[in-house]
Design a protein around this ligand. Structure first.
Ligand SMILES: NC(=O)c1ccc[n+]([C@@H]2O[C@H](COP(=O)([O-])OP(=O)(O)OC[C@H]3O[C@@H](n4cnc5c(N)ncnc54)[C@H](OP(=O)(O)O)[C@@H]3O)[C@@H](O)[C@H]2O)c1
Length: 188
């Protein structure tokens, strides 16, 4: 199973503020969707709560140390169905919420999938990089500094090689540019 981090990171490392994104960047949301659609996405409880709904067309696995954590109901008040580790996961790209209480269990649970995307936040990125679990980083590098309270962790750039970069320049409406960049782990 390939483990890929997906994150949008400002020049000063900021990724979030008040449990939301510091910028409005529809191009990045579209890129995120195109990148992750059909694959499981693994996230921390706070990131799930910032989105507050399962991302469609993806298995949404949420980590919480609290075994009784439950996602809030749908807009119409219907309780959400959740699958709890170690119950059988659905195959394919069903919109579904699943929960696990630790990272090794979550990754073991997902090991039958070809690729899993770690979609945040700061806490989850940090653990995955520190534990050397990451094969690839797909970063939206935003060429501006933002105020915030969540940052992308320091990571060992020597362990990864830039393999692709798509530059998006500033526009009259948006004074800053951004790049979609892929870094692949250098094999030992
Ligand atoms: N720019 C981006 O690309 C991007 C992407 C995602 C998120 N964000 C931003 O990042 C911020 C949230 O990041 P965050 O670091 O505060 O929170 P987070 O990583 O989303 O969630 C942290 C929570 O996840 C659970 N968790 C994490 N690792 C776990 C483990 N190994 N075992 C069990 N539970 C685990 C814990 O929940 P419990 O407390 O319930 O135990 C922990 O408190 C927000 O501002 C969000 O908008 C930005």
């Amino acid at each position: 199973m390939k483990v890929s981090i997906v994150a949008a990171v400002a020049d000063n490392g900021i990724i979030g503020i008040n449990n939301s994104l510091p910028w409005h960047l529809p191009e990045d949301l579209a890129f995120f969707k195109q990148t992750t659609l059909g694959c499981p996405v693994l996230m921390g409880r706070k990131t799930y709560e910032s989105i507050n709904r399962p991302l469609p067309g993806r298995l949404n696995v949420v980590l919480s140390g609290n075994a009784s954590w439950k996602p809030g109901p749908a807009k119409d008040g219907t309780p959400r169905n959740i699958i709890t580790y170690p119950a059988q996961l659905p195959e394919g790209s069903t919109t579904q919420i699943a929960t696990a209480t630790n990272l090794p269990d979550a990754l073991k649970w997902l090991s039958g999938f070809e690729q899993v995307f770690l979609i945040g936040g700061s806490n989850l990125y940090e653990q995955a990089l520190a534990q050397d679990l990451v094969d690839e980083l797909i970063l939206t590098e935003i060429h501006k500094s933002f105020e915030g309270d969540a940052s992308f962790p320091q990571w060992n750039r020597q362990q990864f090689k830039e393999v692709n970069r798509i530059a998006n320049t500033a526009t009259p409406e948006r004074a800053w540019g951004f790049d979609f960049v892929k870094y692949a782990k250098v094999s030992n």
